[in-house]
Design a protein around this ligand. Structure first.
Ligand code: UD1
Length: 369
């Protein structure tokens, strides 16, 4: 069976890794990876192939950055030619990026069945480009692999045929379990001069936060005030650019308690999340990683596609309200060990770490036309 996996942005590489390893070893599967080139900096793509030991993609479409229409259209134009040559039996698209949607649309229009990994997640916020990408991808997919029961229910509510839905669990949980020993071995705490549970890890890259000067200012002012702990801030290229434009970068750099660093690899990120007192983020994936690693999470958004983590008390949605960020962080720090104990006993709705194996099984039993 010829299967083509399409990826292009940082989180897609991470969540595909266990599937790529399994499919590469499987004699019945001929796997081809196409990189769209949505992400291109070493720290945004190559580093993950290296540390997760992934094979080189068969092709890179080199689309780079641009507006949503430019990026999506460029991927479609370049991918169509390749898929017409490759003629795969199935195209797999993980996650919710522009590469996901462009890959799904191109394939379905060529009548190639699409399998969506991480289907059914919904934030019910159509201002997020990812929400649009997720919804459209789900509705043109033939196989929908959901991470949780909530995701399955979201799809059923939208009228998606239940025979297409396979609740496998979350492939990001698979990769976390597999890579944790390597993450533990990294020296990132020593390199940054950190001791466990004395720092917060901050990431923010959502356009609605960092491209909006008011929101970026609110986040910045909150972290300037949170000087009771060290704040490690690996800044996404988009965020770096915006901070420099608004001169906030200089303000942050001057503070002893704030360390702005380049984006870091997967292993170092996992180690930093695990040992943090809490994380502050607007990333979708990091909300889940914090949950699995039992670290409290303060989410710099009003809505989340992972409400499971909020219901279970591990994740706090604060938006970009300065006061709320400061207060919630203060409350979490005060409770300290009590929260860690509570999180240790929280059930995991994201499966058993075997999602990728289950996904491969379903794909292999898919009838060939
Ligand atoms: C994309 C995904 C988002 C995901 C994120 C992970 C979409 C709509 N968004 O957002 O869901 O959480 O990836 O990082 O697909 N840039 C570089 N170097 C790079 C890549 C980007 O400098 O290697 C800069 C460029 O200025 C670019 C900007 O970052 O314009 C945004 O990149 P883009 O790929 O459009 O979206 P992300 O914000 O990375």
């Amino acid at each position: 069976m010829k299967v083509t996996l399409i990826l292009g942005a940082r989180p897609q590489i991470i969540k595909s890794a266990p599937f790529i390893h399994l499919a590469s070893k499987d004699k019945q599967i001929s796997l081809s990876i196409i990189h769209t080139g949505q992400h291109y900096d070493y720290e945004m793509t190559k580093i993950f192939f290296k540390e997760l030991n992934l094979p080189e993609p068969a092709a890179n479409l080199n689309v780079g950055s641009g507006t949503h229409a430019q990026q999506t259209a460029k991927i479609m134009l370049r991918l169509e030619k390749l898929l017409q040559k490759q003629k795969p039996d199935m195209v797999i698209v993980p996650g919710d990026t522009n590469s996901t949607l462009a890959g799904a649309l191109t394939a379905v229009k060529l009548h190639i069945p699409v399998a969506h990994i991480e289907a059914g997640a919904r934030s019910y916020d159509m201002h997020m480009p990812e929400e649009i990408n997720r919804r459209l991808t789900d509705h043109c997919s033939t196989l929908l692999f959901t991470p949780t029961e909530n995701c399955t229910q979201n799809l059923l509510k939208e009228g998606i045929d239940k025979t297409k839905i396979h609740q496998t669990g979350d492939t990001m949980y698979d990769v976390l379990l597999q890579q944790l020993p390597k993450a533990e071995k990294t020296q990132i705490l020593e390199q940054l001069g950190l001791t466990p549970k004395t720092y917060a890890l901050l990431t923010t890259h959502r356009p609605e936060n960092v491209d909006n000067p008011e929101n970026l200012k609110n986040i910045t002012e909150a972290i300037l005030r949170l000087n009771q702990l060290t704040i490690i801030f690996p800044a996404h290229p988009r965020t770096q650019k915006q901070l420099q434009k608004t001169k906030l970068y200089k303000k942050l750099e001057k503070q002893d308690h704030i360390k702005i660093i380049k984006p870091i690899g997967y292993h170092e990120t996992v180690k930093l999340i695990k040992n943090a007192a809490l994380i502050l983020t607007d990333s979708g994936g990091m909300q889940k990683e914090a949950f699995w690693l039992k670290t409290p999470c303060v989410t710099l958004r009003e809505k989340t596609e992972w409400p499971e983590t909020v219901k279970l008390g591990a994740n706090h949605l604060v938006g970009v309200n300065k006061q709320k960020i400061i207060e919630t962080t203060g409350e979490i720090l005060e409770k300290g060990d009590k929260i860690t104990e509570k999180l240790k006993n929280t059930p995991n709705p994201f499966g058993d770490g075997e999602a990728s194996r289950k996904i491969l099984g379903v794909i292999k039993s898919f009838p060939k036309e």
